[in-house]
Design a protein around this ligand. Sequence first.
Ligand code: PGA
Length: 308
Amino acid sequence: MNITLRQLQVFEKVARRLSFTHAAQELYLTQPAVSMQIKLLEDNLGLPLLERLGKKLYLTEAGREIYRLSRTIASQLQETEQVLEAIKGTEGGTLTISVVSTVHYFAIRALANFCKSFPKVRIDLKVTNRQGLLRLLEENATDLALMGKPPADWDLIAEAFMDNPLVVIAPPGHTLCQQQEIPLAKLEKETFLIREQGSGTRGAVESFFKRKGLSISGSMEMNTNTAIIHGVAEGLGLGIVSLHTIQRELDDGRLVILNVDSFPLMRKWYLAHRSGKKLSHAAEAFKTFVKEHAWEFMDHAPEKTGRA
Ligand code: PGA
């Protein structure tokens, strides 16, 4: 076989996303450049690796084999890179970290402070939802993850590092703002802006209301926490979000927290990585940093929760 590492790297991206366009974006290449690498690889192997049925791209049997090979090589290269970084010492190296979207407000602050102590560390941050983050962990495509409670049956090392209270938010002036101890059932009549399928916040909210034998109507679905916050501030409906993500809006008076029975819902944020993962020195340093300093980057400790 006369195949090159570059061809395998490009194929791995195309096969993972099943899209030439996404692969080209991730690799900062043009789409024809990606197609050319795939064609060279197929010519070298003498077999088609991808097939297009209708608009969708599929892996052929040979494609699945080569995808497995390319993933193994990619993860071994990454591990070798990290071992070499470790040999170089903590000063430099790359911190590959993925966070659920709700945590990114915290993560950015933590990284900004971390970089003051470790200015030579290169940061590779991915922000996604819970489902996306679990995929990255599964693919061994991230060193560390900051997320809600990880699935119990996954082979992960996970440690809770902060409480994550979920609160019900409304625009100021909403009829429920003046009420105390609003019964949960009253929320059934309200319109909620809810997160997309695959969001950890959405999962937690749905199972909470299910346990209570209630359901809230999410007639508006939005795929970022920020969109929900802005939507609620604009009066589109109510939302349930992490207290840690609404500091600015509370301070500016653009949002209020409703005093709802059983709220806040207490969740936790976890720092997780696959067990057996060889963490780079940069990742080890960040892990320690989060455990020791997390609370310093939050304006709102839960006990300071404001009520309308
Ligand atoms: P989300 O995750 O950003 O996907 O809603 C938050 C969480 O699981 O705590």
